[in-house]
Write a protein that binds this ligand. Structure first.
Ligand SMILES: [Zn+2]
Length: 411
C-alpha cells in the first residue's frame, strides 16, 4: 500500500470497528442509536481535517464545510457517504484482512470455513492484479459499503487542507443514516446543506457510475369475494384466494425480477394475504423508462379489467402509490454534476460505464428533491455479505476522481 492508500485504510479499519448496523424493523430515526454516536465521533475527526460548520443534526446526519481556498467562482459541491451497514449479515467484530500485491490467483478468506475468492467467479479480481485486496475473515461483512466511502472523503479533506496550492471551491460533506433501510435520506435537509450538486460515493466496481435508477411504484390489489358453503357454491362463489393466484400467474413471465436484467423492468408480487372473504395482493412496479413504466401500469390495469369480467361476483380494485422516479432526466437537465464527473474520469484514465441502477439510491431521492446527485464507485465488491472485498487501487482512483472534481470546478 502506498501512503495515501494506507491513510484511507487506517481510517477504514477504525470506522468498521464500530457496529452501525441499521434496522429496517425499527420505528425510530436513526433506526439504531449507534449511528448517532458514530456521527459524533466522525464530527470530531472532521474538525481535525479542516471542516468548519461541523454539525450533527437531530437525526444523526453529520455535515461540514471545507471552505474555499480561492476567490474564483466555484459551485458548492457535496460529497456523501452513508454510516450504516446492512442488517442482512453480521456487522460486528469486523476484522479486515489485507492480501497484499494480489497475484491473480484465488484468495483465502477463511480456510477452516473453506471460503475463497476466485477470479473464475469474481471476474473483477482480474482487474486488480498488483493491488492490495481487503477481505473479511469470513465471520462478518466488510462494511466497505460504505465506510470506505467515508474514509475516502475524510482523507481527501485532510489532503486538500494539507495542500493549499490545490485550489478548490466550497466543499460540503455529509455522512448519512439509514441508507440500507432506505428510510434515512428523506429526513436530510437539502436546503440547509446548500450544495449546488453532489455525489454519493457508494458505488461498487471501478468505473461504474450510477446516473439513473428505476421509476418505482407500489401496487396493491384488493379483492373482495363472495362466499357460501362450498357444497352449494356453484355459480355463486367468488374465491379471492384463487383470483389472486390467477392474477399473479397471468402476469407475463418475461416481466419478472427473476427473468430480467440491465434496463428491463418488472413487476414483483411480494405479498399475499387473505381468505374466502377478501384478499390483499401487494407488489412493486419497476422500470427505467417512464413511458414503459406507464405501459406496465396500464398492462396491470387491463389485466385486472379482464379478471373483473371473468369473476363478476368479485370486487377487484387496484391502486398504485408513487415511490420514486428515475434521476436520469434531471441529471440531463442540470448537467454540471455529470460533466465534471466525466471530465474527472477521463483525466484519471478510468474507463467508465454510465449505468442505470436496478434499485433506488439515496442520490436518486436527492436528485428528485432538487439536488442532482449521481453515484460514484467506492471500490467495494460483493457487499452485504462475508465475501465482500475492496481493491485499494480502486479506492485510490475514487480519491483522485473526487480530487479532480474539486479542482476542476474552479474555473
Ligand atoms: Zn451503500
Amino acid at each position: 500500500m502506498n501512503s495515501l492508500q494506507q491513510k484511507i485504510y487506517n481510517r477504514f479499519v477504525r470506522y468498521v470497528s464500530v457496529d452501525t448496523t441499521s434496522d429496517p424493523t425499527s420505528s425510530i430515526t436513526p433506526t439504531t442509536p449507534s449511528q448517532i454516536s458514530f456521527a459524533h465521533t466522525l464530527s470530531q475527526e472532521m474538525k481535525t481535517v479542516g471542516f468548519t460548520e461541523v454539525e450533527v443534526d437531530e437525526y444523526g446526519f453529520v455535515t461540514g464545510l471545507l471552505p474555499a481556498n480561492t476567490n474564483q467562482k466555484a459551485p458548492v459541491i457535496g460529497f456523501f457517504a452513508h454510516m450504516d451497514t446492512v442488517c442482512d449479515f453480521n456487522g460486528k467484530n469486523i476484522r479486515p484482512q489485507i492480501h497484499a500485491d494480489y497475484d491473480g490467483g484465488s484468495i483465502t478468506i477463511n480456510a477452516d470455513k473453506k471460503m475463497f475468492l476466485s477470479p473464475q467467479t469474481d471476474h473483477n479480481l482480474k482487474l486488480c492484479i498488483g493491488d492490495d485486496i481487503i477481505t473479511t475473515d469470513g465471520n462478518s461483512l466488510l462494511a466497505g459499503d460504505d465506510k470506505i466511502g467515508i474514509a475516502t472523503i475524510m482523507t481527501l479533506a485532510e489532503y486538500l487542507t494539507e495542500h493549499p496550492e490545490i485550489k478548490h471551491g466550497p466543499i460540503k460533506a455529509a455522512f448519512t443514516i439509514d441508507e440500507e433501510t432506505g428510510t434515512g435520506i428523506t429526513f436530510f435537509d437539502i436546503e440547509k446543506f446548500g450544495a449546488d450538486f453532489a455525489y454519493t460515493v457508494d458505488g461498487s466496481t471501478l468505473g461504474e457510475i450510477d446516473c439513473g435508477n428505476f421509476n418505482a411504484d407500489t401496487v396493491t390489489i384488493h379483492i373482495t369475494g363472495k362466499t357460501c358453503h362450498p357444497g352449494s357454491a356453484k355459480g355463486f362463489m367468488a374465491n379471492p384466494v384463487r383470483i389472486a393466484a390467477d392474477i399473479i400467474s397471468s402476469w407475463p413471465e418475461d416481466k419478472l425480477p427473476e427473468t430480467t436484467e440491465g434496463e428491463e423492468g418488472f413487476v414483483l408480487f411480494k405479498d399475499i394475504e387473505g381468505g374466502l372473504d377478501k384478499a390483499l395482493l401487494k407488489g412493486i412496479v419497476r422500470e427505467h423508462d417512464l413511458a414503459k413504466f406507464e405501459q406496465f401500469k396500464t398492462l396491470l390495469q387491463e389485466l385486472i379489467e379482464q379478471k373483473r369480467k371473468k369473476y363478476p361476483a368479485a370486487k377487484i380494485e387496484i391502486e398504485f402509490k408513487k415511490q420514486y422516479r428515475n434521476m436520469r432526466d434531471i441529471l440531463k437537465e442540470r448537467p454540471q454534476a455529470m460533466e465534471l464527473l466525466e471530465e474527472a474520469l477521463r483525466e484519471n484514465h478510468v474507463q467508465y460505464r454510465l449505468t442505470q441502477a436496478r434499485g433506488g439510491t439515496d442520490g436518486a431521492q436527492m436528485t428528485l428533491r432538487g439536488l442532482p446527485t449521481p453515484n460514484i464507485f467506492a471500490g467495494y465488491e460483493n457487499p452485504h455479505g462475508p465475501y465482500e472485498w475492496i481493491s485499494m487501487g480502486w479506492v485510490e482512483k475514487t480519491f483522485h476522481i473526487l480530487e479532480s472534481i474539486a479542482k476542476n470546478a474552479v474555473k
